[in-house]
Design a protein. Structure first.
Lengths: 233, 355
């Protein structure tokens, strides 16, 4: 009862793999956009902000379908990637990671942006008067102080990735061992007669995973927050 | 040597300030909103002027006509902010080393150990800014700015957030630091006491303009500035030396160029030099030396000139030895006593503030 079947293991491993890579690859661009939105003024900023937030408000299926049109083997971007770099997203686990990353992107940007906005820009000015060029100011002042927000953003996006369903199933379908992540596996089980018990087991696993992830992030955020606030304790 | 001439237009304020100073400590003095902070921000490069020139020690940092605008990080202008702005995620040591590590070895003129010693930071090195008192924070901020080996040190009301005793503590450190390390300092303040204790040159600002530049005594004695309602309260600043301490009465005898003053509560040793300020309204004038009077300090002098002011008052400048004291009396008294230039008088000093 308590041991996982090989099939369940496969689903869990795939889900974690997809979520991990989706978070890792969206971190750098999300941070760049968060800095841009928090610290820069430029024409069209509100439009850009809206575009970044689109995945939050659009039906996931629409995002999945757009990805299919763009990144599919015959899509304008997908064909180029396939031809020149041999990269294929369609119906692969990497495609699932792309879909999950995009769905979690606005959450990540938002958390990072808020924490960067909360940093006193005067500290960055002070670092510059001490002789630090902008990049060094970012690496030594802004980034360490934004750490709690970066952790929060990464975790929100990770959790969103674990739960991603609509965009994934539309873009990369529901292929066992390749794109069938936890939510897709649960959905599949509920569609077959007698699959209820197995679906319940997977659901419980999903709950445990989420709680663990939340606890880990809370611990990381508190640690980073203490450092950023500069308490000795 | 600092030469500044900048114009910066904002929506409802225009900064149009010109000054030059080659003093060790130059005080930028003025009420809040007079443009002091904007001016030092322009020197630091945090605010870009619309027009003008900024030079420090002959090095051009900004010249609108020639299109020169040296980036903040290359100006080597140390800045001590009003709120300290210590990096909260670094220890005191980390804060101090931040600028030190960025300074080129050839340009460093002060080392870590010396600054730590001068500012008394030894015990704080491993602490974090959140656990420091206000005075400690400002001392660390000063040390941090200094360790970047700046060409000039800008201090924007570094004592404004501190209580009186902390103020005195930090002020002492700044004075000491200036004796030990000869970096020019531009000190922004709206507190007269700080100017009197520290400054050699005062740049007086009002409404975005520099209205007077000169030595401390000179600018502070100018009655015309007071008449315009922009200067600090009129008075005299004297350089003095402690010649005796009467512990039984807690009275010190100070000697200045022109005579001696007895002042209560002076926490200084015999032989120590200090500055005192005598407000014009604390000085009265008598034609004969008054006997049986509680006022401690009565000095003989000769009237230099007298300025009637717009209100009931008149400012009388009296030469006492090599010093000049300003007395504020009523125009009525001036007429009644027939105070006029060249007349021998006695000045009665009711209070002396120590700096």
């Amino acid at each position: 009862m308590l041991t996982l079947t090989p099939a369940e293991w496969e689903v869990i491993q795939l889900s974690l793999k997809v979520a991990f890579w989706s978070v890792l690859c969206s971190l750098p661009p999300a941070l760049a956009i968060a800095v841009l939105l928090a610290r820069c003024k430029f024409p069209g900023k509100s439009l850009f902000d809206a575009v970044v937030h689109l995945p939050l408000v659009l039906p996931p299926v629409v995002i999945g379908y757009c990805l299919l049109l763009l990144l599919g083997r015959r899509g304008p971007v997908g064909a180029l990637l396939d031809e020149y770099f041999g990269i294929v997203f369609a119906f692969r686990w990497t495609g699932a990671a792309v879909a999950a990353g995009i769905m979690g992107f606005p959450l990540m940007v938002r958390a990072m942006r808020l924490s960067i906005e909360a940093i006193d820009a005067g500290l960055e000015d002070a670092a510059r008067t001490l002789g630090a060029p902008r990049l060094r100011v970012f690496l030594t002042i802004t980034l360490p102080l934004a750490m709690p927000g970066i952790f929060t953003g990464a975790l929100l996006s990770f959790a969103r990735s674990l739960g991603e369903f609509g965009a994934t199933i539309t873009f990369v379908s529901n292929i066992p061992g390749e794109t069938r992540t936890l939510p897709l596996a649960i959905y599949t089980l509920t569609q077959v007669p007698g699959g209820d018990a197995a679906a319940l087991r997977l659901s419980i696993i999903a709950i445990i995973l989420s709680v663990l992830a939340l606890m880990l992030s809370e611990w990381l955020v508190q640690r980073a927050g203490r450092r950023a606030r500069g308490r000795d304790d | 040597m600092i030469e500044v001439s900048v114009v910066r237009k904002l929506a409802n304020f225009t900064l149009d300030a010109v000054f030059a100073s080659d003093s060790g400590i130059t005080a930028l003095f003025g009420r809040s909103g007079s443009g002091k902070t904007t001016l030092v921000n322009a020197i630091a490069g945090l605010v870009k002027p619309d027009d003008g020139i900024i030079k420090v020690n002959g090095e051009c940092l900004f010249d609108a006509a020639r299109g020169i605008n040296v980036p903040v990080e290359q100006r080597r202008v140390g800045y001590v902010f009003q709120e300290g702005r210590l990096f909260p995620h670094l220890t005191v040591r980390g804060n101090l080393r931040y600028g030190l590590e960025l300074a080129k070895a050839a340009q460093r003129y002060v080392d870590f150990a010396k600054v730590v010693d001068l500012l008394g930071l030894e015990a704080l090195l491993e602490r974090r800014p959140a656990n420091l008192s206000g005075g400690e924070k400002q001392r660390v901020a000063i040390g941090r700015a200094l360790l970047a080996s700046p060409r000039v040190l800008l201090m924007d009301e570094p004592l404004a957030a501190l209580d009186t005793s902390r103020k005195r503590e930090v002020l002492r450190y700044i004075a000491r630091l200036h004796e030990e390390i000869s970096v020019p300092i531009v000190y922004v303040t709206h507190a007269v006491e700080e100017i009197v204790q520290l400054a050699e040159t005062v740049v007086l600002m009002a409404g975005g303009h520099v209205v007077a530049t000169g030595g401390v005594g000179e600018v502070m004695g100018r009655a015309d500035l007071r008449a315009q309602g922009i200067a600090f309260e009129g008075g005299t600043v004297l350089d003095a030396r402690v010649v005796a301490q009467d512990l039984a009465y807690d009275l010190a005898t100070l000697e200045f160029d022109g005579g001696r003053l007895m002042v209560p509560g002076v926490e200084a040793l015999v032989g120590e030099a200090l500055r005192v300020r005598i407000r014009a309204r604390d000085v009265s004038i008598a034609l004969t030396r008054p006997a049986d009077i509680s006022v401690l300090n009565v000095l003989a002098g000769r009237v230099i000139d007298i300025h009637a002011q717009q209100d009931a008052g008149a400012a009388v400048r009296v030469a006492i030895g090599g010093s000049v004291l300003t007395a504020r009396i009523t125009r009525y008294s001036a007429d009644r006593l027939q105070v006029a230039a060249g007349r021998d008088v006695f000045v009665l000093i009711k209070a002396v503030s120590l700096m």
